[in-house]
Design a protein around this ligand. Structure first.
Ligand SMILES: NC(=O)c1ccc[n+]([C@@H]2O[C@H](COP(=O)([O-])OP(=O)(O)OC[C@H]3O[C@@H](n4cnc5c(N)ncnc54)[C@H](OP(=O)(O)O)[C@@H]3O)[C@@H](O)[C@H]2O)c1
Ligand SMILES: [Zn+2]
Length: 419
């Protein structure tokens, strides 16, 4: 296992050599870009809350990532983060750790405290009862139906509330939760690795020839080991991975999260496969353990569907008039399964269909400084579009370097918008 880092802008999750330990870096990019002396104490404590929240990655979903700490006289007296199985909300974990020291303390938390009863009682009431004097929050509840109510309850009890500190970082951390809580659809991120001449496939790998012949590690992959380690982190932060049968037939991929970091639900591996061509002997099927799902147009009771089910694969027939499973229906189904985030790792065919269907919220393209040449041109490409859609621009575009590659990222939709 190579050491991988969950990049600084999102607080840092470091997967150590053994691949077993998660460590959180104390600085995030925005903090390190400001000199220590100009960063307020509030900001330093809020960065800590964000780091704590990030420890809930793959453990909090379908709940939001929340970290909290209580500070009295400049000293941390209690801290915590939320995991779904731990039930308690982050501020309650911090209150339980601080006990009597919570009285008169300031709470730093990345998300507005809740004021409703779910699996636990309202956190606002617990904070009021504990005598917390001040609450510093990064962002309001992303659900517009409840946003601001927590703040109002705290203020009504005489607690000073400050909101908006490190808001951009906090919104980024919980973007998948925000997308899901307002739309009941997962945040879909299209990830791909391309050569500088725009190809998704290297000459020697498109026919599957690489499975029979020995080809060097370098010729097998488009992107660098650094990029591939980052993709593992992207899988770790996702609830589901979506691909097309085309990729499965050529690459026979495993599509697992191999960071070794703990996760409460297995990464759900989803294949779109109209005619159930998924081979029973594929690595995906052989490794299925309640975590492989196929969306198909094939009949529910077809012999192949039964064979896949016996092999531990869930086969879901999606109704519709077209010959291929409807992408919007597939995404809605994943949303109903409480999948907050879906990583789309497919070939050109499914990628373009997903973009056309409007299911992609965000893209991340790893550009590798190599040329596939004419041989890398995709054979049997998707049929020409009936109409040429207007070019769309991404917003919030950023770029990062991974070894020799550049990863360009941007958004196709404002995931915090209600519709
Ligand atoms: N560089 C990268 O980032 C990257 C990532 C992944 C894959 N790849 C490469 O891409 C190549 C495979 O590309 P590909 O385009 O053939 O395969 P693909 O995009 O992975 O899968 C396409 C297939 O999915 C099925 N499908 C089911 N429902 C669909 C829907 N609603 N819309 C569109 N397709 C649907 C279709 O086959 P049915 O109609 O039979 O179901 C379709 O042919 C491989 O060589 C692989 O190595 C590259
Ligand atoms: Zn709560």
């Amino acid at each position: 296992m190579e050491p991988v880092e969950w990049n600084a802008r999102r607080a840092v999750l470091v997967c150590t050599e053994s691949g077993r330990e998660a460590r959180l870096n104390l600085m995030n990019a925005s903090a390190s870009s400001t000199s220590a002396s100009t960063v307020s104490a509030d900001t330093v404590f809020m960065d800590r809350a964000l780091e704590l929240a990030a420890r809930g990655v793959a453990l909090a979903s379908p709940n939001p990532l929340v970290g909290a700490l209580l500070v009295r006289d400049g000293r941390v007296v209690g801290e915590g983060f939320h995991t779904y199985d731990g039930v308690r909300h982050a501020e309650i974990v911090a209150l339980d750790a601080a006990r009597e020291s919570a009285r008169g303390a300031a709470l730093y938390i990345n998300l507005e405290p809740c004021c409703h009863t779910g699996r636990t009682g309202p956190c606002t009431q617990a904070l009021i009862a504990a005598g917390v004097a001040r609450v510093v929050v990064a962002m309001a509840d992303p659900n517009p139906a409840v946003a601001g109510r927590g703040f109002r309850e705290l203020r009504a009890a005489g607690i000073e509330v400050v909101s908006g500190l490190r808001e951009a970082e906090a919104r980024r951390l919980n973007e998948a939760f925000a997308r899901w809580i307002v739309s009941r659809k997962p945040l879909v991120t299209l990830k791909s690795a391309r050569t500088l001449d725009g190809r998704l496939v290297l000459p020697d790998t498109q026919s599957g020839a690489h499975k029979n012949r020995r080809i060097s590690e370098n010729d097998r992959w488009i992107s660098s080991p650094e990029s591939r380690a980052e993709v593992q982190i992207m899988r770790h932060t996702s609830d589901a991975l979506l691909t097309g049968i085309g990729t499965v037939l050529v690459d026979d991929p495993l599509l697992t999260d191999r960071t070794g970091l703990p996760r409460r639900r297995k990464l759900l591996r989803v294949v779109l496969d109209s005619r159930l061509r998924l081979p029973l002997r594929s690595r995906l099927v052989r490794s299925a353990d309640g975590d492989v799902l196929v969306f198909t147009r094939a009949k529910r009771d077809s012999p192949k569907a039964s064979a896949l089910r016996r092999a531990g694969v869930e086969v879901v027939h999606l109704a519709g008039r077209a010959t291929k499973p409807d992408l919007l229906a597939a995404i809605a189904d994943l949303g109903r399964r409480e999948m907050l985030s879906v990583l789309l790792e497919a070939g050109e065919t499914l990628n373009s269909a997903a973009l056309d269907a409007g299911i992609v919220d965000k893209m991340r393209v790893f550009l590798a400084p190599r040329i596939a040449g004419a041989a890398g041109k995709k054979t049997g490409a998707a049929s020409a579009p009936k109409r040429i859609p207007a070019a769309r621009e991404l917003h919030g575009v950023t770029m990062e370097r991974f070894g020799p590659d550049f990863a360009i990222e941007g958004y196709l939709r404002d995931v915090y918008r209600t519709r």
